[in-house]
Write a protein that binds this ligand. Structure first.
Ligand SMILES: *Cc1c(COP(=O)(O)O)cnc(C)c1O
Length: 303
């Protein structure tokens, strides 16, 4: 894979002294999206070192990580196996744009029940994987491990030292951990969890050495994968205004939060803020299918 630096794009906000930029990590690759690209880099190198020919990982129905592993495996000569949460999905691959694309990249699936999926980190399940699939390279759900954090330490460039705040969406916390590790102590890193729950702080602490960070927990929109009409309208208007597509699961919620906080004068005057666009746009088709079924407003980021 070719690792380049991504560009920062300015977001003009009227009547404000704040200077706001967004780092377009979403443009690194169409399917190995943003941070998943960073998280896989050193894992692929390690898998090659260990002479593994197969990558195995876990994910839900619309997982950015599943598709990223399928595409990265395909591009780098690995076979890939996805253990997917939900047995009912097996019959619906053709209706699921994420799984369909992953399959086109050669990924093989095993569909497992939600109960079994919860046990995926247990000793017994690890033995089951060894027995069934042999000596595979296992990447955890969401892709977060030490090597993933190391990859995410390459998101910020030297030029980014001028920012006072770096804002990033949080799922498992691997990406924000890498950003914290490569930030300057004079910078403040704000993570915006896309899900409810306070366990993330501990997880992040286990990966970082610095304390110049905090979590903003007000912008999860009722939980992981949940969206509101307000959020969809925001994403559509943001795209119309700035020509920047946002995904509804992660980056859309974080950008909504940052703009809301600017509105509420959370940031001191003349602050320089960098938001990280971590990608995830492959998931928009799947989300739109669900919204259409419910006859709700859909995401429109194609123009
Ligand atoms: C997975 C993902 C995240 C969350 O990353 P973590 O390292 O799990 O915190 C954020 N944004 C996008 C677009 C993602 O796909």
């Amino acid at each position: 894979m070719n690792f380049s630096e991504s560009d920062n794009q300015k977001i003009n906000i009227e009547n404000s002294s704040i200077s706001l930029y967004i780092k377009r990590e979403d443009l690194l690759h169409p399917f190995i999206s943003g941070n998943k690209f960073r998280k896989l880099k050193y894992n692929l190198i390690q898998a090659k070192k260990e002479n593994k020919d197969t990558l195995l990982t876990f994910g839900g129905a619309f997982s950015n990580h599943i598709l990223a592993v399928a595409a990265a495996g395909n591009a780098n000569g690995f076979k890939t196996i996805g253990l997917i949460r939900g047995e009912e999905l097996e019959a619906k691959i053709d209706d699921n744009p994420t799984l369909k694309k992953a399959q086109d990249f050669g990924m093989n699936f095993e569909f497992i029940s939600r109960e079994k999926y919860r046990e995926k980190n247990s000793f017994d399940f690890k033995e089951h994987i060894k027995e069934k699939f042999g000596d595979v390279y296992v990447i955890p759900e969401g892709g977060t491990n030490d090597l993933a954090v190391k990859g995410c330490e390459e998101i910020l460039s030297q030029e980014d030292e001028k920012f006072d705040y770096v804002c990033c969406s949080v799922g498992t916390g691997g990406t924000v951990s890498g950003i914290i590790n490569c930030s300057k102590s004079s910078q403040q890193v704000l993570g915006f969890p896309a899900l409810k729950g306070d366990f993330l702080r501990e997880d992040i602490r286990s990966f970082v050495t610095k304390s110049n960070w905090d979590l903003v927990t007000e912008y999860h929109f009722e939980g992981y994968g949940k969206v509101s009409i307000e959020l969809i309208q925001f994403i559509n208007e943001f795209n119309q205004k700035y020509k920047i597509p946002l995904d509804p699961i992660y980056t859309g919620k974080m950008v909504f939060g940052v703009l809301d906080m600017i509105d509420k004068n959370y940031f001191p005057e003349h602050s320089k803020i960098l938001m990280i666009h971590t990608g995830g746009l492959q998931g928009v088709d799947g989300m739109n299918k669900k919204l259409k079924q419910k006859k709700q407003l859909q995401i429109n980021i194609n123009d």
